[in-house]
Design a protein around this ligand. Structure first.
Ligand code: AMP
Length: 120
């Protein structure tokens, strides 16, 4: 899938639209989801043009892959999610329910997350 530079997270990275930032470093930006599905719902995105884990895992430079996943862990710890735990999720493509075509990891916390996926 070709990366669309006009997707909403690309606009957030360029500063064209605002976000409620919780963390930023050279590799990643984290911000509150605009439509939270849990008491804590934060998105972590790489600062580079990748649609999903598919192109990211295949093509991203090793330092970006490492930096991004370190940022995910840092954000989870900074949000206080280490205890009592949290859910980490990434939607990919149509069946995965991906709406925004820029790789993002959802971090959900602040309540029991229930069963793993919807049966709908
Ligand atoms: P996904 O279905 O995995 O692509 O999730 C996209 C997520 O992005 C949804 O949870 C949306 O609520 C969230 N979202 C969309 N636009 C924004 C925005 N401008 N700021 C923060 N979160 C957003």
């Amino acid at each position: 899938m070709t990366y669309d530079p006009n997707n909403v997270f690309a606009k957030i990275l360029r500063g064209e639209i605002p976000c409620k930032k919780v963390y930023e470093d050279d590799f990643a930006l984290a911000f509150h989801d605009i439509n939270p599905q849990a008491p804590i719902h934060v998105l972590v995105i790489p600062k580079a043009a990748y649609v999903s884990i598919l192109d990211f895992s295949a093509e991203a430079a090793p330092e970006l892959v490492t930096g991004f996943f370190r940022a995910v862990g840092t954000v989870a710890r900074q949000l206080g999610l280490e205890e009592p735990g949290f859910r980490m999720m990434a939607n990919i493509g149509s069946d995965g329910g991906q709406e925004v075509p820029h790789l993002h990891i959802h971090l959900f916390g602040g309540r029991k997350m229930g069963r793993m996926i919807s049966k709908d």
